[in-house]
Design a protein around this ligand. Structure first.
Ligand SMILES: Nc1ncnc2c1ncn2[C@@H]1O[C@H](COP(=O)(O)OP(=O)(O)OP(=O)(O)O)[C@@H](O)[C@H]1O
Length: 572
């Protein structure tokens, strides 16, 4: 797709704002031209010795007042265009983020997504609110003035037209190299943003491994490249600006000189001469304005490519047209010959997996790291979809359900609980926004979290920073558990919820988890096998395949993979 089309297709719903903005700018220029012509009439009258014309003077006063109002209104419309563009694009980009979901987003660089959400959209905003209206003015006004002037005096009109064409067409020679440079600059800029965020998030690791000076040098190198690319772009942009300036100043000078000559020859009256002086500048000014806005257009090219690629992504799981309702009450789970791989290149990571968890049962998934346990949970949550086979919940295929409805019936506690910037209460009620304070407290008590929450400076209203870094691992998991208690969903998914905890904290969390999973269909992933002994069924996975399945006692008696895993942990 060509570049301009790529950009415009991104904001089809702001086209009325862009048109409004352009219209207002045209009115402002129109009022400036009227002021010029009225001034010429007033001065022309004086020069002819008729004295100033009262009507023209009054018209001038009205036009000046009108221009004030139009300039103000035009700024307001430009601001509104900018705000609406940003709001619509951000909403669409965020909706896409949610649609893509963790199945797609995990593995992407957070910094790049962040730059896309903030900076690319800023760049496009400038394109829509500044560059496009400036472009419309640069097309309409010069041609209108040329036509008017040509009507009064074809020689003047023809001369001005030559410079207008020069100012419009010669800069195009620079546009291709400029766009290439700018896109290169944009790419290194994005990489710098991503790297910087990585460094901030990994600061503890960088310091602990003494790697911060090296990382700093790498960042400095990238930063130098951004500066170098910027200077290169600027160099080409200066060449372009010089051409525009030569055409606009040269065009004004030559046309005005010609007008003066024609007036000296008696072929132009003084008022028309003065009028020409004033309108010629107006015909050429839009090119200078456009040259100033060209930077916005250049950044927009890189940003638009990136946003376009973002919107073109397909989610790993798409919604069905007419979803079936998720059955009510307790739900069983069945995997039937499910196979899955994250990409064709990486092959399948889950092979022909079949198992059942009746309502209220607990099924444990065990196996070495990378065996596919978390992927099976992601399949149940429909973050990713099976390549073949079916997943049934309450007897219905999950692919026929509305994704949010399915997920509303599943509570998840994982090893890395995310806590959002906000109060403890807001974090807990994430799963049930209309929960009463009594319900929140009951859930927190059940999760053994109430006590520590009440010791926080503002209790349940204590504001946690980004990802609540000041809470301990055990406290975070207690909040995660309280969230799950509050959600009270019929299916529970536990992805190594005690992985990062010390033995004593683990014991209390496990007790709360037993309580939480009572009567719920539970899928649990655990590395520490002693934690899943009581499961109704244990699935032993190896390279994405179920190699053994049964109760703890039977699997131990088989002396197979499970027994070897247990022996290995006991030795450890
Ligand atoms: N988002 C992803 N994109 C591509 N490959 C992935 C992704 N997530 C996991 N994998 C790959 O899929 C395989 C199974 O990973 P999975 O996380 O399911 O294993 P696991 O048994 O849960 O491991 P662990 O116990 O270490 O968490 C691994 O080879 C892993 O590299």
């Amino acid at each position: 797709m060509n570049r301009a089309k790529t950009i415009v297709s991104l904001a089809s719903d702001v086209r009325w704002h862009v048109l409004g903005s352009s219209g207002m700018r045209l009115l402002v220029v129109g009022s400036r031209i009227s002021i010029g012509l009225l001034m010429a009439r007033v001065l022309g009258g004086v020069l002819r010795g008729d004295g100033p014309s009262g009507g023209a003077a009054l018209g001038l006063a009205v036009a000046i007042a009108l221009q004030f109002a139009l300039v103000w209104a035009s700024h307001r419309v430009a601001q509104a265009t900018a705000a609406v563009t940003k709001e619509r694009l951000r909403a669409a980009a965020f909706a896409k983020l949610v649609e893509l979901g963790p199945g797609k987003i995990v593995g992407e660089r957070t910094g790049e997504i962040q730059t896309l959400m903030v900076e690319s959209i800023e760049a496009l905003e400038a394109y829509f609110s500044d560059y496009l209206p400036a472009l419309v003015v640069a097309v309409v006004v010069p041609l209108a003035v040329v036509a008017g002037l040509g009507f009064v005096d074809p020689w003047l009109g023809g001369t001005l037209l030559a410079f207008v064409l020069g100012a419009a067409l010669l800069p195009i020679l620079f546009d291709r190299p400029l766009a290439a440079k700018s896109e290169a600059g944009w790419t290194v800029y994005l990489a710098l943003g991503a790297e910087f965020l990585d460094a901030v998030q990994g600061m503890v690791t960088l310091k602990a491994f003494g790697a911060s000076p090296r990382r700093r040098r790498e960042l400095e190198d990238k930063s130098d490249r951004v500066a170098t690319e910027g200077i290169r772009t600027l160099f080409v942009a200066l060449g372009r600006a010089a051409i525009v300036t030569a055409m606009t100043l040269g065009g004004a000078a030559v046309t005005i000189w010609l007008a003066a000559t024609r007036a000296a020859e008696g072929k132009l009256d003084p008022a028309t001469l003065l009028g020409s002086l004033l309108v010629v500048r107006e015909a050429l000014r839009p090119f200078s304005d456009l040259a100033r806005a060209v930077h916005a257009s250049l950044s927009a090219h890189g940003a638009a490519e990136q946003l376009h690629a973002w919107f073109a992504q397909t989610p790993p799981v798409s919604e069905v047209e007419q979803p079936e309702p998720v059955p009510k009450g307790a739900l069983d789970i069945a995997f039937e010959h499910v196979s899955f791989g994250y990409s064709q290149r990486e092959g399948t990571v889950v092979h022909d997996v079949s198992f059942r968890a009746s309502a209220g049962e607990t099924v444990a998934l065990v196996g070495a790291s990378g065996a596919g346990k978390s992927t099976i949970l992601a399949l149940l949550l429909a973050f990713v979809a099976p390549r073949s086979g079916r997943i049934l919940v309450g007897g219905a295929n999950t692919r026929t359900m509305k994704l949010d409805d399915l997920r509303a019936r599943i509570a998840v506690v994982s090893q890395d609980t995310y806590l959002f910037a906000g109060t403890v209460r807001e974090n807990l009620t994430l799963s049930r926004p209309n929960a009463t304070p009594a319900e929140v407290e009951k859930a927190a008590r059940a999760a053994d979290a109430h006590e520590f929450i009440t010791k926080l400076p503002d209790g349940y209203d204590t504001v946690l920073g980004e990802n609540a870094l000041r809470l301990s691992g055990g406290q975070r998991q207690r909040l995660a558990l309280a969230r799950a208690f509050l959600k009270d969903a019929p299916i529970l998914v536990l992805d190594e919820p005690t992985a990062n905890l010390d033995a004593r904290t683990e014991a209390t969390i496990l007790a709360a988890l037993r309580e939480l999973s009572r009567g719920k269909t539970t899928l649990v992933v655990a590395h520490r096998l002693s934690n899943v002994r009581e499961a109704d069924r244990i699935l032993v996975l190896e390279n994405g395949k179920v190699v053994e399945m049964g109760r703890h006692i039977d699997l131990v008696a088989r002396r197979g993979t499970y027994a070897r895993l247990i022996d290995a942990q006991e030795v450890a």
